[in-house]
Ligand binder design. Structure first.
Ligand SMILES: *[C@@H]1O[C@H](CO)[C@@H](O)[C@H](O)[C@H]1NC(C)=O
Ligand SMILES: *[C@@H]1O[C@H](CO)[C@@H](O)[C@H](O)[C@H]1NC(C)=O
Length: 328
């Protein structure tokens, strides 16, 4: 069968080629025979080739379709891998978000722990400490970290009237009273002067509580006191901060006065005798933090003298400094 078909095919091709080559002889003697043969052959040929032609055609179409599909598949695959990548990125983002929130919590925790440690440290750091400043023997100072924050030293404290503050020059120079958390005392002008003798500005912070429980703060940012030769002069106060009046300004550049050492600007009187204290008097002062505790005439006050009334008497005072000194 195969051989037969091949034979027919070859015959047909031969006939076609011959007829093309000799088309000018088509009307020769053999013409009629040739034509018949040719027609016969053509019909055979066609019969035989037809399915092949059709298949080839369909194959071509299918090939094209397949190529198309492959291309589409590649596109889908690319899109799918992109989708996968996106999904992965999204998942990673969620992970990162969780990590960040976890880290935040940890940070917050460690921050809170630090804060607590800091607070504990603060309470621990309150109390008496021995310090050393050039020119003086080691001496105790009272640190207070809950009034104005860490690092403050109390230089004067009035709480209950236990101690008299109407004292002479020597007492004010050396200091007096009970240097404890609940004691009344003044640290002494010589120690004060030497603690403040640094290249950096020192701060002064005065906490005052009134009879009616109102608390006011006088805060100065550049407090300095001279040596004994200068009369422990109040060299500078700096800027006034806090919610009190600036009642110490009048005393800036004034020397210290006690009842036995008149260094004030009052021509005819000793201001320490008038106000029953020791202070950097001008003529005299708008404040009386070393006055007599709960005294009708000379109570402890902070104000302009003109505004002073009994209601302005203070029930407690703490004068603090923040010097740049190191512990012994
Ligand atoms: C951080 O800790 C404080 C105090 O415990 C809490 O009030 C706050 O909500 C916490 N913040 C976060 C983001 O966890
Ligand atoms: C003044 O400031 C202190 C410290 O900030 C505060 O405790 C006090 O309540 C304030 N006093 C007034 C009258 O606002």
């Amino acid at each position: 069968m195969r051989n037969f078909l091949t034979c027919i095919l070859l015959t047909c091709l031969y006939q076609r080629v011959i007829s093309n080559l000799h088309s000018e002889y088509a009307d020769d003697l053999n013409c009629a025979v040739a034509k018949r043969l040719e027609n016969q052959c053509a019909s055979y040929c066609y019969q035989v080739i037809k399915p092949f032609i059709q298949i080839t055609h369909e194959c071509h179409q299918k090939d094209a379709k397949i190529a198309d599909l492959i291309e589409q598949l590649a596109k889908y695959k690319a899109a799918e891998s992109q989708n996968k990548e996106l999904l992965e990125i999204t998942a990673n983002l969620v992970d990162i978000k969780e990590m960040i929130s976890e880290m935040k919590t940890q940070l917050n925790k460690s921050h809170n722990v630090q804060e607590n440690e800091h607070n504990t440290q603060n309470t621990l750091n309150s109390g008496l400490k021995m310090i050393k400043v050039p020119g003086l023997e080691v001496f105790p100072v009272l640190y207070n970290n809950h009034i104005a924050g860490p690092g403050w030293i109390v230089i004067q404290q009035r709480l209950n009237g236990d101690q008299s503050f109407y004292r002479d020059w020597a007492a004010y120079r050396e200091g007096f009273g009970d240097i404890t958390e609940n004691g009344e005392f003044f640290i002494g002008l010589e120690k004060l002067h030497r603690m403040l003798s640094t290249n950096q500005p020192n701060e002064l912070y005065i906490r005052m509580e009134h009879v009616n429980k109102i608390v006011r703060i006088a805060h100065y940012d550049n407090f300095n006191v001279g040596d004994e030769v200068s009369g422990y002069k109040l060299l500078s106060l700096g800027k006034h901060l806090g919610n009190s009046t600036d009642a110490l300004r009048r005393n800036e550049k004034m020397k210290f006065t006690t009842f036995d050492r008149d260094n004030d600007a009052h021509i005819s009187s000793n201001c320490a005798q008038i106000q029953n204290d020791g202070w950097w008097h001008a003529a005299c002062s708008d404040s009386n933090l070393n006055g007599i505790y709960n005294d009708a005439k000379h109570c402890i006050y902070w104000n302009s003298a003109k505004l002073k009334t009994n209601g302005d008497c203070l029930t407690s005072v703490q004068i603090l400094i923040k010097p740049k000194i190191t512990l012994d």
